[in-house]
Design a protein around this ligand. Structure first.
Ligand code: URA
Length: 437
């Protein structure tokens, strides 16, 4: 079969064979198919779906587009965490140093911003000098030295995901269970890990808005991890409001530093210590999730987690003087305050709109060629259930381009629903699923 016939087959809701999927991924990764044709395939897969076998074949083809890192020379468990994507979700920056400080290796391969959500690589690259494009040799060297490494897909590691991820970001083909599963698992399986913690988001700022769909995604991820013999714990967590208060690349680094220094103890802190605790548990350093969480808190309090973050950033050529003194960072040219023009309890946030507003301010991409402004973004200080009075200032927006402010502000204010009745408290962690092997 040729490319057009494979696209047609998926378009017509037929099941692709293992060989067809391997060929297609190989052709695209090898530069033999143009973006427009692969986009047509992605859209067909998005609309028609893929079954369990097709998803496993796609994951395998994407995984073996590059190498599986051999970390057998490291004496100790290797565990990673991945989130399905959210607004203000910066836990990776906090978790990796905590877990490394606990003595569990973290070989983390992350992605860039995807759709309306931010990406770990873009956040890290907001730190002047920070390199995410590491060779395999550099990846292993940082991991050995620091106990954690935070890098991106490369031509050696998960190259198919590097290409497909960037294409999905700008072609409205993100919110698909098989495409998300193969993207996440192909990177994670390439890392040579023993265990994986997955943070599957649910709510208006997630790719799966409904909890039932998030559970389906969790099951698909667990099934795929099981097929490759990996231990996995899945947390289904809330994404009906931004996680923490800062959205946008440098702003998210700032909030991560504040949490790592023990200066902020908000929902971001809560989720970070839970997820880090689960990784430490999977790494065999503690005997329960609760003990892992307590150890994570302790590693923040005694300064080890922040010091570990500085060590990792330095090893990846980032300038740590900006982390020690965040006021050194260049300031955005323009800002405005988010002022609410009614009173009531904040009862609903369309968190997708908040993510899109950050993107419009310059924090994300609309085309593959767009260049991100690391200073752009939002500080959104209100939380669901807060009582707000007309005229209250609940945050700020930042951009280097003045014309972007008004549209972003309109989106943010339009995303908020206030009511007279106090809404029920939202649960941050909605479900924990432990995958069996
Ligand atoms: N994270 C990924 O790595 N890929 C997706 O498709 C979604 C979230």
């Amino acid at each position: 079969m040729n490319t057009i016939e494979i696209i047609k087959k998926k378009r017509d809701h037929k099941t692709l064979t293992n060989e067809e999927i391997i060929e297609l991924i190989g052709w695209y990764t090898g530069g033999m198919i143009p973006d427009y044709q692969f986009t047509a395939f992605l859209m067909a897969a998005y609309i028609q779906g893929m079954n369990k076998e097709e998803t496993a074949a796609m994951t395998r083809a994407m995984l073996f587009s590059g190498q599986v890192i051999d970390l057998s020379m490291l004496n100790g468990a290797k565990v990673d965490k991945h989130s399905t994507g959210g607004v203000g979700d910066k836990t990776s920056l906090i978790i990796a140093p905590i877990v490394a400080a606990a003595g569990v290796y973290v070989p983390m391969i992350s992605g860039r911003g995807l759709g309306h959500t931010g990406g770990t690589l873009d956040k890290l690259e907001a730190i002047p000098g920070f390199r995410t494009n590491l060779s395999l040799k550099e990846f292993i060297s940082v991991l050995k030295k620091c106990g954690a490494v935070l890098a991106g897909q490369t031509n050696e590691i998960a190259p198919a995901d590097k290409l497909i991820y960037a294409l999905r970001d700008v072609t409205a083909t993100v919110e698909s269970i098989p495409l998300i599963t193969s993207s996440i698992m192909s990177k994670k399986l390439a890392e040579g890990i023993d265990g994986l913690v997955l943070d599957v988001k649910t709510g208006s700022g997630a790719f799966m808005r409904e909890k039932k769909d998030s559970v389906k995604l969790a099951k698909s991820l667990i099934e795929t991890a099981g097929a490759f013999n990996k231990k996995v714990i899945v947390f289904i967590t809330d994404m009906n409001q931004p996680l923490g208060t800062h959205i946008g690349n440098w702003l998210e680094v700032v909030e991560s530093v504040n949490v790592l220094k023990g200066e902020v103890k908000n929902d971001l802190y809560e989720l970070s210590v839970v997820l880090a605790g689960a990784m430490i548990y999977l790494g065999g350093k503690v005997s329960s999730l609760e003990e892992g969480k307590e150890l994570s808190k302790h590693l923040i309090e005694n300064g080890n987690a922040f010091n570990k973050f500085l060590q990792i950033v330095k090893a990846q050529r980032g300038d740590i003087s900006y982390l020690k003194n965040i006021d050194r960072y260049p300031k955005p040219k323009y800002k405005d305050v988010i002022k609410v023009n009614e009173s009531g309890y904040l009862s609903k946030i369309d968190n997708y709109e908040i993510g899109m507003a950050a993107l419009m301010l310059g924090a994300g991409r609309m085309t593959k060629e767009d260049v991100i402004d690391p200073k752009a973004g939002i500080i959104f200080a209100a939380k669901l259930g807060d009582k707000i009075s007309e005229g209250d200032i609940i945050g700020e927006i930042f951009s280097d381009e003045k014309y972007r402010l008004a549209d972003a502000m309109k989106r943010i204010l339009g995303a908020l629903i206030l009511s007279n009745k106090k809404p029920r408290k939202t649960k941050l962690i909605k479900q924990i699923i432990i995958g069996d092997l």
